[in-house]
Each structure stands twice: as C-alpha cells, then as structure tokens.
Design a binder for this molecule. Sequence first.
Ligand SMILES: Cc1cc2nc3c(=O)[nH]c(=O)nc-3n(C[C@H](O)[C@H](O)[C@H](O)COP(=O)(O)OP(=O)(O)OC[C@H]3O[C@@H](n4cnc5c(N)ncnc54)[C@H](O)[C@@H]3O)c2cc1C
Length: 469
Amino acid sequence: MQVHWHRRDLRTADNRGLSVATDAGPTVPLFVFDDAVLAHAGAPRVRFMLDALAELRERYRALGSDLVVRRGDPREVVVRVAREFDADRVVWNKDYSGLARERDAAVRRALDGADVARESVHDHLHHEPGSITTNKGDPYSVYTYFWKKWRDREKADPYPDPDEGALAAVDAETTGDLPSIEALGFEAPDATVPTAGTAAARERLDRFCDDAVFRYESDRDYPTRDAVSRLSADLKWGTIGVREVYAATAAAMAEAGEEKAEESVAEFQSQLAWREFYTHVLFFNPEVVTENFKEYENEIEWRDDPEELAAWRAGETGYPIVDAGMRQLREEAYMHNRVRMIVASFLTKDLRCDWRHGYAHFRAKLADHDTQNDNGGWQWAASTGTDAQPYFRIFNPMTQGERYDPDAEYIAEYVPELRGVDPSVVHSWHECSPLQRRNAAPAYPEPIVDHSERREAALSMFERARGED
Ligand SMILES: Cc1cc2nc3c(=O)[nH]c(=O)nc-3n(C[C@H](O)[C@H](O)[C@H](O)COP(=O)(O)OP(=O)(O)OC[C@H]3O[C@@H](n4cnc5c(N)ncnc54)[C@H](O)[C@@H]3O)c2cc1C
C-alpha cells in the first residue's frame, strides 16, 4: 500500500507524485491540515483550498476511493496514517519554499524513524531548481537568460489520471470530514473567490486558449480586455498540472498560423517561466521572503505612516487606478497584473512604505497568493529584487491609468463614486481643483499625496540608500 500526501497539488490528473505512487500499488490519498501552515494563510486562499479539496474528494469517490483528511502536525499525522493503512511508502510532490522544505525534512525524518519508505518527486515546475543555471552552474538572477534556456528545454507530457483500480478503497468511517472555514480559524471571506477545482481550471484554460492566448501580447496589460488566463490560483493550488497547461499552449502554438499569434502564445509561456524563475530564486534564497534580495538596499529609510497605508489598503488614495485595483482585490481576491504593478509601485515609491506591508496585505487577501510570485512581484516593484524595476523608473499612477484604462471602464467597475465621470476628469483627478472634484464626484477622496513631490522624495531615498547622495 502507498500513501500519496497531497499538499498544493489538489488534482488527480497530471500529478506526478500520484502517478509514481499508483504505479507501485494501491494508493491512499491524504491531505493534512497543518496549523503551522494555516498560520500564514488568508481567508480567500483557505476558501479556494477547501473548495478544491471538496472537488478532489468527489473525484476520488468517483474512482472508488476517498480522500483521507486529517488535522495536526504532519510529522505525526503522516506516520500515523501510513501505519493505519499499513502503507510501505509515502509519496509527495516537492514544494520549494523555505518553510515547506523544513516541514518536509521533518516528515522525512519521522518516516525514517518509523521505518516507512518515502519519496518526494518534482512536479510543480517544468524545470526543477538547479536544473537551469548559468554556464558556471550558478542560479540565474536575470530572467532573460533563464527564459531562453527554459524555453528551449523539452517539456514533459502530462501524467495520466489514475485508473479506478490504482487507488485503495477507503472505509467511509476513516476518511475524516472536511472542516468548515470557521473551524480552521478563519471568517468567511468578503471577496467572491474564484470557483476552485480541476473542472473550473480546465474551463479557464480552454477558454483562454480558444481566443485570448492569441492576443495576449498586445492585450494583457489592459485590465478590461479579458486577455489573461486567470489561472493563478489554479497554479498555486495545483488544481491543474503545469504540463497540462503547457500542452494546451503548445497546441495553441501549432494552430496560431500567424507570427503575431505565435509570439503571443510565446509571451504567455514566458509568464509561466517567470513563475519558475521566481521559484528558483526563492529556493536558492529562502530569506527573500522577509529580506531584500539586493543587500545594498538594506539602508532604505522606508516611511511609516499608518494613515497612508490604511488609505492604500482601503482603496481610498484618490488615485483612481490604484483604488480600483485595491478594491478589485477586496471584492475578487484577485487583481490584474498591470494593476498589481501600479499599486505596488504606489505603495513603495509614492508612499515610500516598506514592501513587506504590501506583501503581507496581498498574502492575506489574494486567493492566488504564492510566496515566490508575490515576493518576486513586490521586490520587483520596490526595486529591491532580482531583475527589479530600476529605482529611478517610478510609475506615474495617472499616466498608467490613462494608458491602460483609457475609457476608465476598469476604474468605473470598482470605484462606483467615479461612475459616469468623464474619463479625462478621472485621469486628471490629481490636477483638478477641489471645486471641480466636488462637482464631478463628491464622494471620491482627494489625492492623499502629490505624486511629483513623492517621486522626488523616493529618488532621494534610494540615492541615499545607495550611498549616492
Ligand atoms: C506586487 C505583485 C504581487 C504578485 N503576487 C502574485 C501572487 O501572489 N501569486 C501569483 O500567482 N502571481 C502574483 N503576481 C504575478 C501576476 O500578477 C499574477 O500571476 C497574474 O496577475 C495572475 O493572473 P493570471 O493567472 O490571469 O495571469 P496570466 O497573465 O494569465 O499568467 C499566467 C500565469 O503565469 C504566471 N505569471 C504571470 N505573471 C507573472 C509574474 N509577473 N510573475 C510570476 N508569475 C507570473 C502565473 O502563474 C499566472 O497564473 C504578482 C505580481 C505583482 C506585481
């Protein structure tokens, strides 16, 4: 008997660890609610996870088995379940963050102590950390070179879904109930969390590959053009496998026909590679979760202004595109990538607030929070990360809004106070007089800062930190 320990691979199809386990014999699927992991979670993410687990359980039931659910310290629980089912081996898919690796090392020791074999396999990325390196064998800290190697490497095919006979029959009495979100210590999120599970992920993938993937390059930066896949929470929770996603893009590439459409598909693949690049960075530098990647930036004198931070969190900064993004986050537990870049730049450059505050807020509110991407995104925006935005390139939130949401449609969707206001007024809100603002949208706030002044102050802050002052 084998046990497959699910963690962030909440699917049966294209699951390498599950395939490895089922190839060796009947397999008991297991999920463990670990309070040490839940301590870092936010309600939207937990909601998505619970919904995905409910679907996974249904899938196993349809295959004549069931998902065994336990709560506790995996060092004890995994060993106990292996004994309970008389399993000779426990298999899982590797996870690459520092915390996950510490947990897995501890479980390995516990299983060794209990004389249960174990195997952890690489599933979550196409190319494992350490497999794409510079010619000297070092991990890349510049994405472009990483991407070229990533792109040219062969990609594995998806692993098949297990057959019914490959899974162990599990007595309904022993499976354990899926807890409610409240029982896990969270309040139900206010946000409408995306539908979770493999069926929903496949629907998103199919829909994207039917159309948007061919215009991804030109449209992906425009939040109203419906040009992105919305697969981030699926990739975070593994409700769909990376090989399955890649295979769909390879099929789209074969159908693309025109060079522009092919470039667009490649641009999407390069986003999948960013996810892997940041995972490699995190693997080799686990400290980036709390520390700046660039050491020389440790001298940055971040400001501490609780009121400004609160206005940013609430989407009440008086900068319409920033507020729309922060409210999309609140309502959908998701934010469009271009807007994530804008709100992160606003927090770190205009408000000169430490990126760690932004990261913590995103971690609590995003259904797709994924340590490596969230951290990579924040350190990029703060100019402290690998391959980061140079500190002197500071987004102007007004021109960003005008360029990427020219008709202010995205803004109107999330900021009702600005509905019906002429887009030219919306995009020049910072320049309007108090009277003009009162007349146009009395309920919408005045800008909390002056961007031009804050831009100069941010440049000085970075120059001082770099010893260039
Ligand atoms: C400040 C900040 C925080 C972010 N936090 C997260 C996070 O917690 N989780 C997360 O998955 N992404 C994060 N991103 C990256 C990106 O914004 C999201 O992956 C993307 O918006 C998700 O929407 P999508 O699935 O429709 O993306 P698509 O454009 O359809 O991209 C497909 C997939 O590629 C990957 N991807 C796309 N862009 C990036 C990127 N810049 N870096 C790494 N991977 C990428 C994601 O897995 C994404 O699902 C963050 C970006 C910034 C600037």
